[in-house]
Design a protein around this ligand. Structure first.
Ligand code: GLA
Length: 383
């Protein structure tokens, strides 16, 4: 059964009624620009076809009710429970967080009943949490007729995650889930929130993006993510700039000379060079020189591995195996410490590349990876 059929059936089973409508929001792959978002920098994600679907309709008892095909226990809360960040925990916090952020921004949030289904892989660095937040937010905005323009929605969903759930993430994932368009990559300035939709038709160029889920167990993700963020903020403060985005590549040698901590120097070098790689990738795509972004992807990976220190053995092996099989470039995508790798390959070589990565995994004794070709899909909306 399809996601929409599953969500509709789950709605009927849980609430004995038909939903008023169906809304969906996708997971994402970030083509390039990692950990640059909370440094006010640049990112270039595209939406995955994998998405979270919310079947939703009015709630007769004035409370919010949410169930999911992926969770055994439904969640239910009222205005009184949702008042304080942290009042609702577990997966329900992502939903309650969105309701809380809307209420906190002064919106009259309609009480609704929701049933969810999703095929975004969980805990794989493909933004399953942003897909959940964005699907719920889009449903609430439509059902309540709320005056919340598209460009203001990601910050609200991010607030749900930062303040309510307590994860110090940047704005990329929610922006990707909400603002991406079919067949486009989203060039986002994470300071101004301005976007440019970059045509991203790889098939027309005879190319494809293979996504390889490393299936590495995520370890220390929250603590390490927060530590990277703190280190970047400390470097910006030491350099007297608002954020590391304000250090151009031409100013990097001088900035590095002014930092006396080696870890801080390497974190800074990653962010500054990564921002430039995003800009260079956008330029090359604009000129139709798609294959030439390969070396930028691979350089991004090296920078994450050596300077930002957020890769693990499984993703490094996947990148090396993909490159050895002829990929034009490959890099880890997402927050790090596991998750997925993407490889830019010739369109006909997906199976061969996936097999080469799987063979390398077997040699290392790693749990087998999962690979598929990702095509840029649409952002959140009614379905
Ligand atoms: C996670 C966060 C994003 C971003 C990436 C790294 O996905 O949610 O905000 O920082 O990591 O680029």
């Amino acid at each position: 059964m399809s996601l929409t059929a599953n969500a509709t059936a789950a709605f009927g089973e849980a609430y004995g009624a038909d939903p008023a409508g169906l809304w969906a929001a996708p997971g994402r792959v970030n083509l390039i620009g990692e950990h640059t978002d909370y440094n006010d920098g640049f990112v270039l994600p595209f939406a995955l076809p994998q998405r979270t679907v919310a079947a939703a309709g009015p709630s007769p008892d004035g409370r919010w009710h949410v169930c999911s095909t992926l969770a055994p226990e439904p969640v239910s809360f009222g205005t009184e429970d949702v008042g304080e960040p942290g009042a609702v925990t577990g997966w329900g916090a992502y939903v309650a967080g969105v309701v809380w952020a809307l209420l906190d921004a002064g919106f009259e949030v309609p009480p609704v009943r929701i049933a969810l289904d999703s095929d975004v892989p969980l805990g794989s660095g493909l933004s399953s949490s942003a897909a959940l937040e964005s699907a719920v937010l889009t449903a609430l905005v439509d059902l309540g007729g709320l005056d919340l323009p598209l460009e203001k929605r990601p910050a609200l969903a991010q607030r749900a995650e930062n303040v309510y759930v307590g994860a110090p993430t940047g704005i990329m994932d929610q922006s990707a889930s909400i603002r991406c368009q079919d067949g486009k990559a989203l060039f986002l300035d994470c300071r101004s929130y301005e976007v440019e939709q970059i045509p991203f038709d790889l098939a027309a160029a005879g190319l494809a993006i293979l996504v390889i889920n490393s299936n590495a167990p995520h370890q220390h993700v929250d603590g390490e993510y927060g530590a990277r963020r703190k280190s970047c903020e400390a470097a910006a403060a030491a350099l007297g700039v608002r954020a590391l985005r304000d250090v151009p590549v031409s100013g990097l040698p001088d900035a590095l000379a002014r930092l006396d901590d080696d870890v801080m120097r390497r974190r800074t070098r990653h962010i500054v060079t990564e921002n430039q790689r995003v800009l260079d990738t956008v330029s090359l795509l604009g000129e139709g020189r798609v294959r030439e972004i390969g070396p930028l992807l691979t350089a991004s990976h090296a920078s994450m591995r050596d300077d930002f220190e957020i890769t693990v053995a499984q993703v490094d092996v996947a990148v090396e195996a993909a490159l050895a099989t002829g990929a034009y470039g490959a890099r880890m995508t997402g927050g790090g410490f596991g998750g997925c790798v993407l490889a830019l390959i010739d369109a006909g070589r997906a199976e061969e590349t996936a097999a080469a990565v799987a063979a390398a995994y077997e040699k290392h004794g790693f749990t087998a990876p999962t690979s598929w070709v990702a095509v840029a899909g649409p952002g959140a909306g009614r379905v």
